[in-house]
Ligand binder design. Structure first.
Ligand SMILES: Nc1ncnc2c1ncn2[C@@H]1O[C@H](COP(=O)(O)OP(=O)(O)OP(=O)(O)O)[C@@H](O)[C@H]1O
Length: 445
C-alpha cells in the first residue's frame, strides 16, 4: 500500500505528524488467583508511531500481545501505563463520555466476524448499530448510510434484511468491515481479518481493504500470523515478542535483511516457495517464557541463537553452548512445574527429591558433546545448588557463570538502516557485533 501513502501525503501535506504515537505503553492483566499474584504483562512498554494513511503490520508468535496492543490502541483495553497520542490528543486516560466521543475515530475488525454479530439481527441492523449508538443523524439517513456501506464493501442493497447465517465467511467479513466503517473512522485495527478465510477469499478481502484505504484515507494496524499477508499488505512491520517490539521498520528492508535475531528466526520459519532450494532454517527452541515472569534482560534471551557470551568462555564449541541453553530450558520447565503449591509442600516434607533425575538429564543433554573440565565443575556446582536451593538458584548460578548483558540488561533501541528501522538487541553494540552471522548456528537435526 506504499503508493497510496504517497498519494495521501500529497493531499494532506500540512499533516505531517503521525496519526498514532505510542510512548512506553503497558497493558497488564491483573488476574489474581492464589498461586500467582503477578500480572500478565501482555504489552510491556512499547513505543512507536503510525503515520497517516499507512498500514503497519504487527507480527509475532501466539500470545505475544498483538491483540492486546490492538485493543488498547482503540481503547477497548485501558492501558496500565504510558501514552497514546491520537491526532495530537492523549487518549490513554480518556473515560466516560470523552472516551465514547473519541471512539468514533477508531474501530476494530475481528478475525471471527461472528463474534461481533448477533445472529438474530438483520445485516442492516448489525451495520446500523454503531450509528444508532451514536445517534447519528436521522433514522432514515442511517438506513441510507447502511445501503451505501453495503455497496462500498461489495454487497447488495437487498442484503439489508438477511441474517448472518445466510452469508459465507468472506461475506460476513465484508459485513464486519462495513460496520467498522459506519462512523467514518480514521484508524482501523484489523485483527487477523483474513485468517479464518480460504486463500482465494483472503486475497479479495485484502484487496477490498486496500481500496477502502485509498478511498477514505484510512490508517491501519494489521495484525497477522501469515507473514506473506503482511509482506504484501504493509508499509512497515513491527515484530513483537513477549509484550515488546523487537524490530520495526520498512517491510522490504525487514524481510530482505532482518536485523533482530527474533525477526531472523520468525522469517526463517516461512517455507521457501521452491522446496528444492536449501534454506538456512534457524530452530526456535522451546516456548516463550510466561508473560507473568519475563526474563530479566532481553525478552528473547532464553531462546536467542545469537546470545552474547562472556569472553572467558570464548573457546567453548557452538554445540556445547547450545546444550548449556537446553539445560537451562529444562531447569526453567522444572521451575515452572515446581512452582505449584502442592509440589512445594511435597518437597518441604521430603516427598520429592528435586535432584532425583539431574544425573540423567546431564548425561542426556551433554551426551554427544565434549565437556571440558572447567565446564564440568560448573555443572557439579549447579547440581549442588539445585539440591540445596532448588531450580531458581541453579538457574541463577548458570546465569552468573555463563550469562552476559543479554541475561540482565534490557536492550536499547538501535537504528539499523537508513530508513530508520530500529531493533532491540545487544548485538547491535559495536563491542558485540562479531560474530554477526547467523550461519554459525548449527542446523537443527
Ligand atoms: N483478558 C485477559 N485476561 C488475562 N490475560 C489475558 C487476557 N487477554 C489476553 N491475555 C494474556 O495476555 C497475553 C497476550 O495475549 P494476546 O491475545 O494479546 O496475544 P496475541 O499475540 O494476540 O495472541 P494470538 O496470536 O494467539 O491471538 C497472553 O498470555 C494471554 O493469555
Amino acid at each position: 500500500m506504499s503508493q497510496h501513502v504517497q498519494d495521501y501525503d500529497e493531499t494532506t501535506a500540512n499533516e505531517t505528524e503521525p496519526l498514532v504515537s505510542v510512548q512506553n505503553l503497558k497493558t497488564y492483566y491483573e488476574t489474581g488467583g492464589m498461586l500467582s499474584s503477578d500480572p500478565v504483562k501482555a504489552v510491556d512498554g512499547v513505543s512507536f508511531d503510525i503515520q497517516r494513511g499507512e498500514t503497519l503490520g504487527l507480527v509475532g508468535e501466539s500470545g505475544c500481545g498483538k491483540t492486546t496492543l490492538g485493543r488498547t490502541l482503540v481503547r477497548l483495553e485501558t492501558p496500565t501505563d504510558g501514552e497514546i497520542s491520537f491526532d495530537g490528543t492523549d487518549i490513554a486516560t480518556l473515560s466516560g463520555d470523552d472516551l465514547k466521543a473519541w471512539r468514533e475515530n477508531a474501530q476494530i475488525v475481528f478475525q471471527d466476524p461472528d463474534s461481533s454479530m448477533n445472529d438474530r439481527l438483520t445485516i442492516g441492523k448489525i451495520i446500523r448499530e454503531p450509528l444508532d449508538v451514536y445517534e447519528w443523524k436521522t433514522p432514515r439517513e442511517r438506513r441510507t448510510r447502511v445501503r451505501e456501506l453495503l455497496d462500498t464493501v461489495g454487497l447488495q442493497p437487498e442484503h439489508y434484511y438477511r441474517y448472518p447465517h445466510q452469508f459465507s465467511g468472506g461475506q460476513r467479513q465484508r459485513i464486519g468491515i462495513a460496520r467498522a466503517l459506519a462512523l467514518n473512522p480514521d484508524f482501523i485495527v484489523l485483527d487477523e481479518p483474513t485468517s479464518a478465510l480460504d486463500v482465494s477469499v483472503q486475497a479479495k478481502i485484502l484487496n477490498l481493504l486496500e481500496e477502502l484505504q485509498d478511498e477514505f484515507g484510512l490508517t491501519y494496524l494489521l495484525i497477522a500470523h501469515d507473514l506473506s499477508v503482511v509482506r504484501h499488505a504493509c508499509d512497515r512491520i513491527a515484530v513483537m515478542y513477549l509484550g515488546n517490539i523487537m524490530e520495526i521498520g520498512d517491510t522490504e528492508q525487514l524481510f530482505n535483511d532482518p536485523a533482530n535475531p527474533y525477526t531472523h528466526t520468525l522469517l526463517s520459519s516461512i517455507p521457501a516457495p521452491d522446496p528444492t532450494i536449501e534454506q538456512n532454517r534457524i530452530p526456535l527452541r522451546g516456548s516463550p517464557p510466561s508473560p507473568r515472569d519475563p526474563p530479566s534482560g532481553c525478552p528473547f534471551s532464553t531462546r536467542c541463537p545469537m546470545k552474547v557470551r562472556p569472553d572467558e568462555w570464548d573457546d567453548l564449541s557452538e554445540e556445547l553452548w547450545m546444550q548449556l541453553d537446553v539445560l537451562q530450558d529444562i531447569l526453567r520447565e522444572r521451575a515452572k512445574r515446581a512452582g505449584g503449591l502442592s509440589n512445594r509442600i511435597q518437597r518441604a516434607i521430603g516427598l520429592e527429591d528435586p535432584t532425583a533425575d539431574f544425573d540423567e538429564v546431564r548425561r542426556t543433554v551433554f551426551d554427544d558433546v565434549s565437556v571440558p573440565e572447567s565446564v564440568a565443575q560448573q555443572l557439579d556446582e549447579t547440581q549442588t545448588q539445585l539440591a540445596e536451593e532448588g531450580e531458581d538458584a541453579a538457574l541463577d548460578y548458570l546465569r552468573e557463570q555463563f550469562g552476559s548483558d543479554c541475561d540482565s540488561v534490557f536492550p536499547e533501541e538501535h537504528v539499523v538502516d537508513d530508513t530508520d528501522r530500529t531493533s532491540r538487541c545487544h548485538r547491535h553494540r559495536d563491542a558485540n557485533a562479531e560474530p554477526a552471522e547467523l550461519d554459525r548456528i548449527p542446523s537443527p537435526e
